[in-house]
Design a protein around this ligand. Structure first.
Ligand SMILES: [Zn+2]
Ligand SMILES: [Zn+2]
Length: 336
């Protein structure tokens, strides 16, 4: 099969290879990749910012694939030809204290797709059946790909911000810092649930601000500006620690600032007065299968529409470079 690998973390790119086709082990599924999203985490990986990746790992953790073959002990529901999605959480032990209390996202034995297991920048991929999901028919392969990380981890961040299923007070004001793939999905969910979205972008990025307004943001502006009125919560999707004190200044007493990225530059010091009054700073790590089930059921009801930019698999480095430079709005997706 053709695949792109992270041979040299720190090089900022992936290398193309012709490799032996993988085969599924016990409990695993062999998939033909139909589409695979490109995530900012993939940039952190090729830039050498994530510790201890699998040597020569194939990135890609938003895999939309078709079942080709199943290994021993895979449930009958996974039939050849069926379309499934493979997200970032590729394995959790199911036995540790975290797994038992519903925090499999924090499992010390967890393995992540496209980081510690091979991912979807390839024609074929192998995944653990217990961590694969059927995808809503509402979406094409390319449209579905960004739901699998931008959507799922964005949704977990939205829940951590105090929103989602249990919120009954509509009309809350939620700030999204960094209006890329995750924010463009969560903005639609927040609006659908009756909240106001305020979008903060790289200073001067009018294309991203226009994009946010087109998705119903009531306000869009530069990330170094304060919003017109205090936020109930902020989610920071951009990997810039300097946004944390800025977002803290933008939230009301009791408001939350959720850091949603896997990697962030250092957070500058700030006066305690900015945290005082029960403001909170939280991080989001990974996802659970429960997040996936909830979000994949919710997305077609909103309905969340994903704006995608398809690249051939062989243009993986172009997709990474364009994401790095902010050359598109929405999400990049590789198509083998
Ligand atoms: Zn991701
Ligand atoms: Zn565990």
């Amino acid at each position: 099969m053709r695949a792109y690998c992270c041979d040299h973390p720190g090089s900022g790119r992936v290398e193309g290879h012709q490799m032996a086709d993988p085969s599924p082990g016990a409990g695993e599924i062999l998939l033909r990749v139909r589409a695979c999203g490109v995530c900012r985490t993939d940039l952190h990986l090729v830039d050498g910012e994530l510790p201890d990746p699998l040597a020569g790992v194939i990135p890609g953790h938003e895999i939309v694939g078709e079942v080709v073959e199943t290994g021993p002990d895979v449930p009958d529901e996974f039939r050849p030809g069926m379309r499934i999605g493979v997200p970032w959480l590729g394995f959790a032990c199911g036995e540790c204290a975290y797994c038992r209390r519903g925090q499999e996202n924090l499992c010390p034995g967890a393995r992540f797709t496209g980081y510690q297991r091979h991912g979807g920048y390839a024609e074929l991929a192998v995944a653990d059946a217990r961590f694969c999901f059927p995808l809503p028919d509402f979406y094409s392969d390319v449209e579905a790909a960004p739901l699998l990380c931008a959507g799922l981890i964005g949704y977990r961040a939205y829940r951590r911000a105090g929103f989602g299923r249990e919120v009954t007070i509509a009309g809350q004001r939620i700030g999204l810092y960094g209006f890329g793939a995750a924010a463009h999905i969560i903005a639609q969910v927040a609006r659908h649930q009756g909240h106001e979205v305020l979008a903060f972008t790289r200073p001067g990025d009018e294309a991203a601000q226009d994009f946010a307004r087109s998705l119903g943001a009531v306000w869009a502006g530069d990330s170094d500006c304060l919003p017109p009125a205090p936020l109930d919560a902020a989610i920071i999707f951009a990997p810039l620690g300097a946004l944390v004190p800025m977002a803290l200044k933008a939230v009301r007493p009791g408001g939350r600032v959720v850091c949603a990225g896997i990697h962030m530059s250092d957070i500058p010091s700030f006066p305690y007065a900015d945290l005082w009054m029960e403001r909170e700073i939280l991080s989001v790590a990974n996802l659970t299968r429960q997040d996936a089930r909830e979000f994949l059921a919710l997305a077609p009801k909103v309905p969340v529409r994903t704006e995608t930019h398809a690249y051939p698999l062989d243009a993986a480095n172009d997709a990474l470079a364009d994401l790095r430079k902010g050359r598109f709005t929405g999400a990049a997706v590789l198509v083998p």
